[in-house]
Design a protein around this ligand. Structure first.
Ligand code: CO
Length: 498
């Protein structure tokens, strides 16, 4: 796969950021806060009401012992409750078994999937497959439950008002101890099999020499209404999924898992993944009816963490995904804070067109700018769509930290960008539709932006119709929030009671 930035990334140009500024956004935030945000630039639109939840690693060290990779950091939930142009902030760590045990012991007790080792070298880690459920990847409100998700284990349920951890959740008895529930559910806004009612579609993977994928579909009260499992040949590292009305779609990246260094304590499991550029990526299409045949179709070797969207059109399936030319592997001896962006592949937006009859795939690059964390109008999930919003690098070429938000008009092939460079760092924008809006881009983008100049974070609200004038409101927090992963918005108000 020849990517355009390969040829251009070595052209030296001044960087839009300093490495030192970027690194500061990975400082741990051990404190828990609760306050009304009183430092606001601009105005929060009065029609914007509800609660914005974010999840991400809050601790990047345990008592000074640095964890090896941010994906291993303990989950910390941020809640921004917005009502009548006012906003209330609070954050709490998910009280996982591992978080509580390490807090008590004051040191690292568990091995992380991405290479955090217990002190003591490989002897202390040998055959220790006791992985910590860190609940740090996503947070959703569904079926009157607030759930913190981590892909390799059961979700943790939290009180949406206080963020108090209530314990592991079994999804109304569906999940048994040891079962997983992925961090990337998709909400079908109008499920065909439920008379057009919304439904949450999620999955779980048991990887191995052959892997088992289980699909769960939950109705709005949180009850599992469909569940089916499928065995797939080969090791499957599946972080995300996309849906259409009829399919759940996965990309099985051409990676191999060698468990021995992990079992022997040399490496984290995430470091035992090898990318094979000579093997094809497999597109797995699992029919949502649970009965029809699973299709597996080969395409170009590439690596995907996140998909943007998918839809069906005239017997073909279209999939938009953030593609890397290889697995951005974790150096077992390096510190992620010291990463040289020029040596790591950048994510780019690709479109795959799958013909189900001929079982062939065509693909094209839609956007070459380095980007991650796509978001779209919730009514367009699984359907043809026009607008995509995504975290992006400031510069149009090369790999770099996310400092901007890009809006792509996929119909006119035009784009808008808002950049927080040089000292601001962005992440996932969450699209919130404007109540009563009729156009697909009528709404707001909510995101946390790390401001290195003040070592604090801002909640930024952008008008999704036009990003170019910059934020319509910037809510300055009193502290920083380490770079997060995924979040969601609910119209329910979970601010302070009384
Ligand atoms: Co993700």
């Amino acid at each position: 796969m020849q990517l355009q930035n390969r040829q251009t990334q070595n052209i030296s140009s001044p960087k839009s950021y300093t490495h030192q500024d970027w690194q500061k956004g990975y400082e741990s935030q051990p404190r828990e806060f609760d306050y009304w945000i009183d430092d606001i630039e601009g105005e929060i639109p009065p029609e914007l009401q509800g609660t914005f939840f974010k999840n991400g690693p809050g601790l990047l060290d345990i008592n000074g012992d640095r964890i090896h990779h941010p994906f291993d950091g303990d989950g910390m939930i941020c809640k921004i409750a917005i009502n009548q142009s006012r906003a209330h902030f609070s954050n709490r760590f998910v009280q996982t078994e591992g978080y509580l045990a390490e807090k008590k012991a004051g040191k690292i007790l568990y091995r992380g999937v991405f290479g955090t080792q217990k002190p003591g070298g490989w002897l202390a880690n040998i055959f220790n497959v006791n992985i910590k459920n860190i609940a740090n990847t996503n947070i959703i409100y569904w079926g009157n439950k607030l759930l913190a998700l981590w892909e390799a284990a059961q979700p943790h349920r939290l009180d949406p008002h206080t963020l108090k951890t209530l314990g592991l959740d079994s999804i109304q008895g569906t999940l048994q101890p040891g079962d997983a529930f992925a961090a990337h559910p998709r909400i079908d806004p109008h499920s065909q099999r439920d008379g057009g009612a919304p439904c949450l579609v999620n999955f779980a993977v048991k990887p191995g020499p052959s892997s088992t994928i289980t699909i769960y579909e939950l109705n709005p009260t949180g009850e599992v209404v469909r569940q089916h499992s499928h065995s797939i040949p080969g090791f499957a590292f599946l972080h995300d999924m996309v849906i259409t009305p009829n399919y759940c779609i996965f990309f099985q990246n051409p990676v191999r898992f060698n468990p021995f260094p992990f079992l022997l304590g040399w490496r984290g499991a995430g470091q035992c993944i090898d990318f094979n550029p000579h093997e094809k990526t497999k597109i797995i299409l699992i029919p949502r009816d649970g009965k029809s045949e699973v299709k597996i179709i080969d395409t170009e070797p590439c690596f995907v963490f996140h998909h943007a969207n998918a839809w069906e059109e005239n017997g073909e399936i279209f999939i938009d995904s953030i593609c890397y030319e290889s697995f951005p592997s974790v150096d077992p001896d390096g510190d992620f804070r010291e990463v040289d962006f020029d040596t790591v592949p950048a994510g780019q937006l690709w479109r795959f067109q799958v013909n189900l009859e001929s079982e062939t795939v065509q693909h094209q690059v839609i956007e070459t700018r380095c980007c991650e964390f796509p978001s779209l109008h919730p009514e367009r999930v699984g359907r043809p769509y026009r607008y995509l919003y995504i975290g992006a690098a400031h510069a149009p070429q090369g790999n770099a930290p996310l400092q901007a938000v890009l809006k792509l008009d996929l119909e006119t092939q035009t784009q808008q960008i808002w950049s927080a460079a040089p000292r601001g760092f962005t992440g996932e924008p969450v699209f919130v539709p404007r109540p009563g809006g009729t156009r697909e881009d009528q709404g707001w983008l909510l995101l946390l932006v790390y401001d290195a100049a003040h070592h604090r974070s801002d909640v930024v609200i952008l008008d999704a119709e036009d990003l170019t004038p910059g934020p319509i409101a910037r809510l300055h927090l009193k502290h920083h929030v380490p770079y997060g992963l995924h979040g969601s918005f609910t119209r329910e108000w979970f601010g302070p009671q009384g």
